[in-house]
Design a protein around this ligand. Structure first.
Ligand code: ZN
Ligand code: ZN
Length: 286
């Protein structure tokens, strides 16, 4: 009997059963949100090149930011409705229900205000907003970003696109967040590094060497931690700013290794050494 070829994620989850519950929830959410909304239209490549040439990410440009905020705000109700029957732990279900009730009652301008804070990464305001409206702060931040993510066209998340544009900065060319993960890829000569955003999940090229967070490029002040039993990934540690970056150093399983939640157990190694994690949508001021 023929069996369907398992996806890298299925294979991975077989080896990491403790991630199954998170994976089911995350993947179901992605699927539901993708079905509930369509991407916003973005400018053409040549225009994007001009727009970002001084280093301002697309969603930090006033006009695009306004468009994204408007579309995200009007889509939120539909998304929460679509997520109503999702299989999730009780606490999560309650938090989702709570947010849905808030959204049903809120003025559109209030919902827009939330997405304004989110896109500008105004964490203190998001915290206050969640407290004032008795909403789960981590949920509004993570789901808010997941919605933004599906509103960004897939073609714009590809490192080849940003290679063509010439974007080589240490923050996301779409939303401006710091990277949460990296990957080393084979090039004709040696290897090249790309960075991945945890907000909109764009991947873009960056210098091969050095700390992506503080710019330290002295190799004597950087070291590598290798988690046991996970040869595909390592932690690049900066001795100057004490941050680490999970780095996938193989190819072909990006759908697993470029997702922060799927490699969350590897963060323990960083935590154990009191190192700082950055770029995650779950963390404020990341
Ligand atoms: Zn981004
Ligand atoms: Zn650093």
């Amino acid at each position: 009997m023929k069996t369907a070829k398992k996806s890298p994620m299925d294979e991975y989850l077989k080896k990491h059963p403790f991630l199954v519950e998170t994976a089911n929830l995350q993947l179901a959410m992605e699927k539901i949100l993708t079905g509930a909304v369509s991407p916003v239209s973005f400018p053409e490549k040549d225009d994007i090149k001009k727009i970002v040439k001084d280093g301002m990410p697309l969603l930090q440009q006033p006009q695009l930011q306004r468009t994204m905020v408007k579309v995200a705000a009007v889509s939120l109700g539909d998304c929460l409705e679509a997520l109503k029957d999702i299989e999730a732990p009780d606490m999560m279900k309650a938090a989702l229900k709570n947010w849905q009730s808030w959204t049903a009652e809120a003025e559109l301008t209030e919902i827009q205000q939330f997405f304004d804070y989110l896109l500008r990464q105004e964490d203190a305001e998001i915290q206050q907003f969640a407290a004032d409206n008795k909403l789960n702060e981590v949920l509004v931040r993570t789901l808010g970003w997941q919605l933004v993510e599906v509103l960004v066209p897939a073609g714009l998340k590809d490192p080849v696109f940003w290679q063509g544009i010439g974007w080589k900065r240490n923050y996301c060319p779409i939303c401006g967040r710091q990277p949460v993960l990296a990957q080393l890829r084979k090039e004709q000569e040696g290897r090249a590094r790309v960075l991945a955003c945890d907000g909109c999940h764009t991947v873009w090229p960056y210098a091969r060497i050095g700390c992506v967070y503080c710019g330290n490029d002295d190799l004597k002040e950087m070291h590598i931690l290798e988690p046991e039993g996970e040869a595909a990934m390592r932690l690049d540690v900066c001795d100057k700013c004490h941050a680490y970056l999970k780095t996938y150093n193989e190819e072909g399983e990006e759908e697993v290794y470029l997702r922060d939640w799927a490699t969350i157990h590897l963060d323990f190694l960083g935590e154990e050494k009191s190192l700082q994690k950055k770029g995650s949508v779950m963390l404020a001021n990341a």
